[in-house]
Design a protein around this ligand. Structure first.
Ligand code: 3EB
Length: 347
């Protein structure tokens, strides 16, 4: 298998260079696109590595510099852009956010990829719940994203016919140590006629892009999940998901119950019933179809309780547990993942 993408979760931001050298040595000259995130692994380790790899005779992997990587097979081209930091000297989160999105767009554009092809984003913000009122850092991130996304028509020709609103990428918005901002994203290009994008919302949750202004004056522009229908198969990028019903946090101060609610939300989001409600029959995933997850835990003392629930519900799938602030002060857990499954109708 060829290693492609790594995300390194670090307990100590000061040691980034040390791990950078270690990773370069381990992965060799075909070094993966790496995003360093300052989120201590829950188990107490100095670092955790989430590593993706791909194999297959027809797969072509190419790397275009330290931040961009392309994986092509079966008429699909996945383009991953990672470890992107703002280049502006401004410490303003709005400026940094616009700038980092712009950096990703420029990197993609250099290789002929338009930002409208992005299906998944990851946004890591230091001190995400810091500051108060309309200038809260997460709200400023949302303002930057809203302005940057203005006029971008996500999905374009790949969108499932009938999708009319909110074709935003799936996303994770999460805290990390320090005061910085880091981003990554995944785009998909194909001319295959049997490939469609289906942005999914959760019937039990208000779409994030329709949250009331009390949460953020400019709403978070992301979809709960982005499904990619690939002929008789499909993959679902599940956004960071939390214990939110409608638009309210459920189970304040109870990490185990928040974890259950979060997993209930994911289960319902990817279920066949929900695909059907979105107009696509014969397509649905279960928790067992998730091939890897990340569990962000706000308070390290909740780790074991949270992990027990995850292991009972997800079974033994690859998982990274890291300590990170979730964007609302009362949210204790956020979980993201990616599922892959076979459809049971042919169309
Ligand atoms: C929520 O449901 C929880 O701002 O991109 C989850 C996933 C959350 C992504 C984002 C925020 C984001 O609102 C927070």
């Amino acid at each position: 298998a060829i290693p492609t993408i790594t995300t390194v979760f670090l307990a100590d931001e000061g040691k980034r260079e040390v791990y950078q050298r270690l990773c370069a040595k381990f992965f060799g000259r075909d070094f993966t696109v790496t995003t360093y995130v300052y989120q201590p692994p829950c188990c107490g380790a100095e670092l955790a590595i989430e590593a993706w790899a791909v194999s297959g005779d027809t797969v072509r992997v190419s790397r275009q510099g330290p931040n961009l990587m392309t994986v092509a097979y079966n008429g699909l081209r996945w383009v991953y852009c990672g470890g992107v930091l703002p280049t502006t000297t401004s410490t303003d989160v709005y400026d940094q956010s616009l700038n980092a999105f712009g950096e990703m767009a420029q990197l993609l554009a250099k290789w002929g990829v338009d930002f409208e092809n992005v299906v998944r984003t990851w946004l890591y913000l230091g001190d995400i719940v810091g500051d108060v009122g309309p200038k809260q850092r997460y709200k400023e991130l949302n303002r930057g994203r809203t302005d940057f996304f203005q006029g971008i028509r996500f999905g374009q020709s790949l969108l499932m016919p009938g999708v009319e609103r909110g074709a935003y990428p799936a996303s994770t918005g999460i805290g990390m140590g320090g005061k910085g901002l880091a981003m990554s994203c995944m785009a998909l290009l194909t001319r295959r006629p049997d490939v469609f994008l289906l942005p999914l919302e959760n019937p039990g949750q208000t779409p994030a892009y329709e949250y009331g202004t009390s949460y953020s004056p400019q709403s978070p522009k992301f979809s709960r999940a982005m499904a990619v229908i690939l002929g008789n198969y499909f993959t679902v990028w599940v956004s960071g998901t939390a214990s939110i019903v409608d638009s309210e946090t459920r189970y304040i101060d109870d990490a185990a119950k928040q974890t259950e609610q979060t997993i209930d939300n994911i289960e319902r989001l990817i279920a066949e019933d929900n695909f059907l409600q979105h107009g696509v029959p014969g397509t649905g995933a279960t928790l067992a179809d998730l091939s890897k997850i990340r569990v962000y835990v706000k308070r390290s003392e909740d780790y074991l309780a949270c992990r027990a629930v995850c292991e009972r519900r997800f079974g033994n799938i690859p998982a990274v547990y890291a300590v990170a602030d979730v964007c609302r002060p009362d949210l204790l857990v956020e979980i993201e993942g990616v599922a892959f499954a076979k459809r049971h109708v042919t169309s």
